[in-house]
Design a binder for this molecule. Sequence first.
Ligand code: ZN
Length: 585
Amino acid sequence: MKFKRHMKPGLVALCIAALIPASNTQAKKVDTNVHMPADQLKEQIGRYAQVNVSYDESVLSAPEKEALAKLVKVGGVMDEIFLRQVWAGNVDLRKSLVYKMGADAENKMFAKDLYHFFKINFGPWNRLEHNAAFIGNLEKPDGAGYYPEDMTKEEFEKHIADNPGDKDAFQDYFTRIDRNDDGSLKATPYAVAYKEQLAKAAKLMNEAADILTNAENKKMMKGVDYTTLANFLRSRAAAFSSNSYVQSDMDWMDVTNNIIDVTIGPYEVYEDGLFAYKAAFEGFITIRNPSDSKALDGLKSFLPAMERNLPIDDKYKNMNRGTDSPISVVDVVFIGGDSKAGVQTIAFNLPNDETVREAKGSKKVMLKNIARAKYDQILIPIAEKLLDKSQMKHVNFDSYFTNVLMHELAHGLGPGTITLADGTETTVNKALQTLYSPLEECKADIMGLYDKAFLVEQGYITKEELEKSYACFLPGFFRAIRFGVHEAHGRANMIQYNYLLDRGAITLDAKTERYTVHFDKMPEAIKALCHDLCMVQANGDYEAAQAFLDKWGEVPAIVEKQLKSLETIPTDIEPVYTAAKYLED
Ligand code: ZN
């Protein structure tokens, strides 16, 4: 699962002209008519603040650097595959856009911007505007490049009804649906569909594994042991031709925390808007900062004590939880493929395969330097607009980032398996259905802050650090609700705001329209809200949960107004990777 798409992008019905023939092999006629004026295009690009993303190369030995360069190239291959997965016509369109940049002398700037925006979106559709086309007239196919463009849901389902033996292959995460010469449908394994690219990636991954485990090289790596990472790289490389991914997902879970860390493969199914069957390729090439890992381990050791400390009756506490989902903190060196398109993720939780999750659990990875870039470009400008000026001195990145970490840890705490009033045993998730996820996100925010106060009592952090966390809470809250306040997730976020305002823990100056966080009142208000949210979960009463959301989830007019005032602040970032230099040679 990925944490970047707060809204499912709905498709805008535009004029439809299917200019691209359905077959994947035929040469294509590309419609490059542009329907966006130059200034508007610039404005759309400007919604992504360009940020240089680099990493601390000094922690790497020479062989590690050599292996890393190979892995960055694998990230580049993931870009190439994903480009094809978004739309079969993308490769030809890219060619004509590149041609335009060279040929169109008088419109060079415009042609450059166009190519730039195409690269951000991995296609001619604006991901921040419900996939509105900015080049050509084609509506973004629901099934992306995973199915023939002219195939309907009905045709797919009819094929399975007529050919039950094809069901597994058709619904498989790792097949592309194509047409036979006679027009009938067939499932092509990714290993065949993207053979050329996958072979290239596999070769690079095997080479990196060899470099990291070579006996001579090991002497230069100061005791760092890459056996488990090499195992993953080799088994993933093998999966690229066998099309069987389970073993390599298992091996990924076994990778021990070394400096270089990677996540490469077909994972998320968001791009498949037709069935959500097909997995998109991506690659996270990262390195781990040893001091971050130490700080995180320190926090994790408090988990059982945090569960005991929850402000609810002991019978609702869940002492069996808390350690089942490992978390790691890394800095991104390069991201390729799915995750690079549009809005950037700051954390992911993988693998998605249920068999692997049951056997090994899942791992959450937090991308610290990406979080830092968003903090600088988005959080700080929001704080500067909305926070009382006297409180700006408390806002700092480390407090913001530990808030995010505590949020993730809090997901592992509190009611999970519950007993309903009628004696039925179930889970919070099943009992609260669609309200589960919004309320769980709200709980994680509030419980994270509640746990931080506990860490002060334990002498693990200082009171000043807690106050900084409180100050960071408000801009973090406004950043989250920018993605929409009226659907369930946005309204659940509003609970925090309304509740804390009600208790006087935050106040709004009517004249300046800026907020002050009252450090003395925060602990009690947060404790009370943490209790209420945990009890909504522990009781598993859907109606009561809905009533709670209705009571506290309203959006005051002033919040609407303030959201409008934030429109000039970038929506997201566009990382420019220092390591992209490795793609060129
Ligand atoms: Zn969360």
